[in-house]
Design a protein around this ligand. Structure first.
Ligand code: CMP
Length: 141
């Protein structure tokens, strides 16, 4: 099934200059970037984006980290994009991530885990519209 998913290259990935390498992996795996932008979240925007985690003990640190520097946000499109992107990212904790995954290659810790990806079709829709307007998503037809 042709799907779309949201990917975020987190502040640690931008700082480590692995944006190009990560986008190359997406293109190579036919997770086609149909929209890309760089931005920097305010603390409030990060809290809104991660609202689902508001009761978790890591919410404060996570939202501080995600607003600590620029990020690169991508809408990716491809067959089974949501699951395939999650496979390419690897486990949330880079220590547990499999060889060949982005988090194994570039992640340092639970917060500094380099990339975020949507986990289901409904969240993908919500997360894509958090960052992109409809007209941003039509360039590739
Ligand atoms: P992400 O896919 O962006 O979604 C929520 C983020 O919370 C997750 O990646 C991690 O970077 C971060 N996080 C920090 N601590 C934890 C934890 N104990 N369990 C899950 N996620 C955590």
């Amino acid at each position: 099934m042709l799907e779309r998913t949201l990917a975020i290259i987190k502040p640690d990935g931008v700082k480590a200059k692995v944006v190009g390498e990560i986008i190359r992996r997406y293109e190579q795996d036919s997770l086609n970037p149909i929209a890309i932008r760089s931005t920097r979240l305010t603390k409030e925007q990060a809290e809104k984006f991660y609202y689902i985690h508001r009761e978790r003990p890591f919410y404060g640190d996570l939202t501080s980290f995600m607003s600590s520097g620029p990020i690169v946000v991508l809408a990716l499109e491809g067959e089974n994009a949501i699951l395939r992107h999650r496979d390419l990212m690897g486990a949330t904790n880079p220590v547990e991530a499999a060889e060949g995954t982005l988090r194994k290659a570039f992640g340092a810790s639970l917060d500094c885990n380099v990339v975020h990806g949507s986990d289901a079709p409904e969240t993908a829709l919500e997360e894509i519209s958090f960052f992109f307007k409809d007209e941003d998503l039509t360039l590739f037809g």
